[in-house]
Ligand binder design. Sequence first.
Ligand code: KIV
Ligand code: ZN
Length: 515
Amino acid sequence: MKKDNYIRIFDTTLRDGEQSPGASMFIDDKIKIAKALDIMGVDIIEAGFPVASKGDFESIQLVSKEVKNSIVCALARAKKKDIEIAGSSISKAKKSRIHTFIATSKLHMKYKLKLNEKQVLDHIKSSVKLANKYTNDVEWSCEDASRSNRDFLYQCIELAINSGAKTINIPDTVGYSIPFEFAELIKDIKNNVSNIDKSIISVHCHNDLGLAVSNSIFAISSGARQVECTINGLGERAGNASMEEIVMALKTRNDLLPFSTGIETKMITKTSKLVSKITGFEVQPNKAIVGANAFAHESGIHQDGMLKHSNTYEIMTPDSVGLKETKLVLGKHSGKHAFTVKLQELGYKINKKNIDKIFNSFKELADRKKDLYEEDIVALVEDEIIRVNNHIKFISLDVHCGSTGIQNAILEIEIDGYIKKTSSNGQGPVDAVFNCINKLVPNKAKLSLYQVNAITKGTDAQAEVTVKLEQDDKSFVGKGADLDTLVASAKAYLHSLNKIYIKSESKLSKSVLNG
Ligand code: KIV
Ligand code: ZN
């Protein structure tokens, strides 16, 4: 039995988060995120919308098998087929939930659903009852609740609870609410729905006015005991309420917000980085809790204060969100044993054969870069891991660039064991490199993101490049790291193409062979 001040964290990174344009994820990426959420103590993981595609259905099935502690939830509209498919997708989960929803605002009912109030009520009854045949943990949402007619909303909620919904979710679907108004809505629901004490009130706030976290916190103060949120605030349009912000607000201001969650906050930074890496959505540097500057103190006055007492300018410690200081770790004289121990400390389990390969790459990097930090080692290992099963491999690159003359690149790659080489000009060196790749690997993909980050500080830092390609309404995020930004760019582009290649092997292999 949960205490009355316990706030259930319902994470929807894999469902609403994935609905962010360009944030689609592969099944193995979703499993990685689900496992991280499970370990960090998320109460409910919304794993997807299974009726949307075969891939979504399969990924929810796999998440259901892998997750050990969290409840695995599948989303369904108030339709028979949706609910049947949702029920089947979560059948192997240790603890499962179906989340079914229908819009209750006049606007949505008239123009989107083309249903009148009586018809919506009928759908609520039948959908919640049907969902209960698959699991006794059914959540019901009144989409666009914050713009719905109050009396009709109360009627719908009462009916959903009578039909078997254990959680009632109140979404601010279009991020329209203002905190005190949303708090009133929750209070009014508590005071006007006769059977509300038989359910948990949940809230699901979007961030169109930048108020998603505030609205969620105000709702908790009014009696909501579940919040729906995402890592890094990912989600439709301006996103959902950010999980790390809600959790840390409750923890840091426990004096005013006497609530608890099951989240291991030291997992926050790692999970945020994982989601950012998988989706290719960089976290803005000044983002609360997980932005690169969230714990950085730049001005002299602040630095002075921090040295005298960290509480002067720090309301929570970096350690509490799992942010560790950048440490100088290894150098060119470090041996294989020290390197292997470091990999274990960083959480990698790598077999002997691959350790040798990665150690050689480490030595090459150590020859080129004097100081190696943990971030360098992580980039190196991740770079090796993502390339293991690649069909298209980077071999070498020569570039002519600068302020005079033609920008030209000569690129050599290996495609399924065949060496291919070409040269190309471009409007700048990156363009020349990408033109070479497109000549060697003809493809229909469109480049939607090219981004460069320095992994550590200093001009000798490794560059980490993110490339996002779009093809057939899917996004393919590729990463590449190297001391040379252009080599990292080539690796990132090839990584995205490899993902496309794996997804649609026959189509690409034909064009590659003809190319
Ligand atoms: O924003 C919304 O209303 C939703 C529902 C499906 C809960 O995502
Ligand atoms: Zn939503």
